[in-house]
Design a protein around this ligand. Structure first.
Ligand code: MF3
Ligand code: CO
Ligand code: CO
Length: 275
């Protein structure tokens, strides 16, 4: 054991390895996330039985372009569409195609926009028409888990604290938390530090969130196993046991007096909502 390792073990120090944003930068983040949330409200009206995920993608692409902004997902590491649409057992990164949304489906719509070089990122799971009570309960637990996580986010808390709150909420109700994908710092880049796992990972115990940090919380919760696989298209992530999976995502800015949810929508479910 070398000296710095001994010091680390005896004197665990908090770690901050991400950029902090100042007031003028917060204004830019607010502008980008406000546009992203507005787009979510536009798509909300169209998430109905009978629409294809390609049609949702085209609506998002044209609305974004018409406002002079850019869809962050389009071309990101080769992703072929402007948004992600993840139906039923798809955990995340579903590629819009000619699939028609059916009554009883649940679909996560994940949108990220670049406005003047700043990123806004959020997602919601929608109930398509009437869904099973299992699907509705999963969606409720996932939505509540996100808000429990946001409540746990305080100035100088750790990422571990947030993950513990989310995992306790989900597992106490018999659900599992996906481990292979996580939330992330965001701002001038799509994905930056800090990494935000939604399960308590030892490495995050000293990862503190200080005022000026901008990040996402985006838990993916499954009815069955937390294990996933990726389809041959290189993107679509599914649950290994094909059980249903849901996700909600907000982008958060940590202020000196607590978190500001940047991606609140006007029309969407608010904390405490009952599906
Ligand atoms: N929006 C996703 C996130 O929350 C990332 C999607 S990347 C893509 O981090 F390439 F699949 F679009
Ligand atoms: Co994200
Ligand atoms: Co996202």
């Amino acid at each position: 054991m070398n000296l710095s390792r001994i010091r680390d073990v005896l004197l665990p120090r908090p770690r901050r390895d991400y950029p902090l944003y100042e007031n003028d930068e917060l204004q830019m983040l607010r502008k980008a996330t406000a546009f992203n949330s507005q787009l979510m409200d536009v798509l909300r009206e169209h998430v109905r039985p009978g629409i294809t995920t390609n049609e949702l993608d085209r609506l998002a692409a044209s609305y974004t372009r018409d406002h002079g902004h850019a869809a962050a997902c389009l071309g990101y590491k080769g992703f072929p569409k402007s948004i992600c649409t993840s139906i039923n057992d798809v955990v995340c990164h579903g590629i819009p195609d000619d699939t028609v949304l059916q009554e009883g489906d649940i679909v996560n719509v994940d949108i990220t926009t670049i406005v003047d070089g700043w990123y806004g990122d959020q997602s919601e799971t929608f109930l398509v028409g009437e869904v099973s009570k299992e699907a509705k309960a999963l969606t409720q637990v996932t939505f509540d888990a996100l808000h429990v996580g946001i409540r746990a986010a305080r100035p100088y808390c750790t990422i571990y604290d947030i993950a513990k709150a989310i995992t306790r909420h989900a597992e106490a109700r018999g659900y599992s938390v996906v481990r292979s994908y996580q939330g992330h710092g965001i701002g001038r880049e799509f994905h930056q530090k800090p990494g935000v796992p939604h399960y308590p990972h030892e490495s995050t115990q000293r990862s503190i969130i200080v005022p000026g940090c901008c990040f996402t919380i985006e838990p993916m919760i499954n009815i069955g196993t937390p294990d996933i696989y990726i389809e041959p298209d290189g993107w679509t992530v599914r649950t290994k046991d094909h059980s249903l999976s849901a996700q909600f995502e907000h982008q958060i800015f940590m202020k000196a007096d607590g978190p500001e949810i940047l991606t609140l929508t006007k029309q969407g479910p608010q904390e405490g909502h009952c599906f």
